[in-house]
Design a protein around this ligand. Structure first.
Ligand SMILES: *[C@@H]1O[C@H](CO)[C@@H](O)[C@H](O)[C@H]1NC(C)=O
Ligand SMILES: *[C@@H]1O[C@H](CO)[C@@H](O)[C@H](O)[C@H]1NC(C)=O
Ligand SMILES: *[C@@H]1O[C@H](CO)[C@@H](O)[C@H](O)[C@H]1NC(C)=O
Length: 182
């Protein structure tokens, strides 16, 4: 999560008032050392009243930014199973993490049949950071849900979301846990 503002001296429509944006993705090949690709809404929000459109059409502008802690009151850590995921490949976007917002590690625990039920295997398997807050798992066998996820934040604190992804999970769906960093 970042606080950003444009510079009043650079553009007449710029308000100079800081706005908070959430950065989710990162480019592999940076445009420059620091460069934010903002949505039209975020871009316009930095404008003076009623001049959103004018600022949005400014193209590339200079900005100031600083990192601010994420606080999502009442929300818990949420996992979005990305489009294209299947039993051999899962990509998961971690959302709504309080604190500075960076996930240091995401681990996954599968289930396996035990009699007529599915039971957790008891083994955490590290996922690989794909890009942004997306973590991926490539498996050589079909993975079985329900899945538990373990999130480690930058301070090394871990949170476990038990069986947060159900057995009948689907790609492009969001699953909410009951847990949050505090
Ligand atoms: C990680 O989580 C702990 C609480 O579990 C919190 O105190 C700490 O600020 C978090 N670290 C970061 C870098 O957000
Ligand atoms: C399988 O189920 C039995 C009976 O419920 C239980 O005692 C056993 O610990 C389970 N095994 C695993 C690997 O979960
Ligand atoms: C994924 O879900 C979102 C929101 O539910 C929806 O707008 C979008 O069309 C879906 N994408 C695909 C490829 O199904």
């Amino acid at each position: 999560q970042m606080q950003i503002r444009c510079l009043k001296s650079d553009h007449p429509a710029c308000s100079g008032v800081p706005k908070t944006v959430i950065i989710t993705d990162m480019n592999y090949y940076p445009v420059s050392r620091y460069h934010f690709d903002l949505s039209g809404t975020a871009f316009g929000a930095m404008a003076k009243d009623g001049r959103n459109d004018e600022l949005r059409h400014a193209g590339i502008i200079n900005m100031q930014f600083k990192r601010v802690p994420c606080q999502y009151p009442g929300l818990t850590v949420t996992f979005h199973v990305e489009e294209g995921s299947n039993p051999f490949y899962m990509a998961i976007l971690v959302e709504y993490e309080d604190g500075d917002g960076d996930v240091k590690q995401l681990d996954i625990m599968e289930s396996r049949p035990n009699g007529s039920k599915m039971a957790p295997t008891g083994q955490w398997v590290p996922m690989k950071e794909s890009w942004g807050s997306i973590w991926r798992m490539d498996a050589h066998h079909p993975m079985h849900g329900p899945f538990s996820l373990r999130v480690t934040n930058e301070s090394g604190k871990t949170l476990v979301a038990e069986q947060v992804i159900p057995i009948d999970w689907k790609p492009n769906k969001t699953y909410s846990s009951l847990v949050q960093f505090h």
